[in-house]
Design a protein. Sequence first.
Length: 151
Amino acid sequence: MRIRVMEIGVGAFLLAGMVALLMLALNVSGLNLESKNTYKVYARFENIGGLTERSKVTMSGVLIGQVSDIRLDEDALQALVEMEIHQEVDFLSIDSSASILTSGLLGEKYIGVVVGAEEEYLQDGDFFEDTQSALVLEDLIGKFLFNEVSE
């Protein structure tokens, strides 16, 4: 009987460990089982440079949302990025700007938001009018090399 209790205890311990690892993996990957109240805003970029769905949307380094969809806007011929912003961040003015930034030199891409000065706020379905595309390292190197050769 004592061995059976020990086997059940070890099994329960292993099961708890597996559940903890699963929760950690979901948290690290950005997949959340909890759904927050969000509203959707959009931005058009000429070059997204490696931005992916579920990338972070931050303001002053604080997470305020995530990228939910990226597709090609056939009318503007630019990348259309859909972002889900947390409902409590309801103070983004209509002249706020969105930029695609990189963590470190070659790190992950994310969207950084800088709030403007207008008194009207972005609502569900609105667009960021002021955007800055991703800085592509290969383009910079190419421009630098081309300038060196031409001189």
